[in-house]
Design a protein. Structure first.
Length: 221
């Protein structure tokens, strides 16, 4: 398909809503059910790891196998990300209190690199803007509450504090309140494993659980 013109974070919104949001909803439902099958021994680390990987497997499947999906898989090995136009997207659960991802080493490293380039007056616009996050607020007790796109940057040079410098809403549960907190000191928090620490294991996704048929029929119209 023809690659859509993407010039801003807001331009990504309809494509995330159409192609990725349904997969986030399904991953949340499935992973919550898996957690509840053995709650005495499952914990938030278990849920967070499964949810991240289940969601990625879905993203990868529709990006690689559905012609109508404009996203491309970008990166090799353990570099899990999607690309659309100049934007690289990684997905992470956000902390329910801080509203920021507690892992996300790769995207924070990219944000630090961008900031240092600006600080040293060596800025050259990159081909890929890779400090973008699909931020997902979900846990087993509250369900899926919110999804938004965010551009993350350090609060200051060489800082362990980060903030969203831009946001674009994707989904908010009925009656929910959009996140407002922007800054928190990033420390080790339980409940999520960054993508760099997950071992690459080939997975054959059950396509019947990814709404592929609906996407294909839409493209045939």
């Amino acid at each position: 398909m023809k690659t859509p013109d993407i010039e801003s974070l807001q331009d990504l919104v309809p494509h995330v809503q159409e192609h990725l949001l349904p997969q986030i909803h399904q991953a949340a439902e499935i992973c919550m059910n898996c957690y509840l099958m053995d709650p005495a021994f499952n914990d938030m680390w278990t849920f967070g790891t499964q949810f991240w990987r289940n969601t990625w497997n879905r993203f990868r499947t529709i990006a690689e196998e559905i012609d109508e999906c404009p996203f491309e898989v970008s990166g090799k090995g353990n570099e899990y990300k999607l690309r659309l136009g100049p934007y690289v997207l990684r997905h992470h659960r956000i902390n329910s209190q801080s509203r920021l991802p507690s892992g996300a080493k790769a995207v924070k490293s990219a944000a630090n690199h961008i900031q240092m380039s600006l600080f040293n007056d060596e800025w050259d616009a990159p081909v890929e803007k890779d400090n973008i996050v699909i931020a997902i607020d979900v846990d087993v007790h509250r369900g899926l509450k919110e999804v938004f796109l965010g551009e993350i940057m350090p609060l200051e040079v060489d800082s362990s504090k980060y903030k969203w410098v831009r946001k674009a809403p994707i989904f908010l549960v009925d009656g929910g309140q959009a996140s407002t907190a922007d800054v928190i000191h990033i420390a080790d928090m339980p409940g999520f494993v960054p993508e760099e620490e997950i071992v690459e294991v080939p997975v054959k996704l059950d396509k019947s659980r990814t709404n592929l048929k609906g996407l294909e029929s839409k493209g045939d119209k």
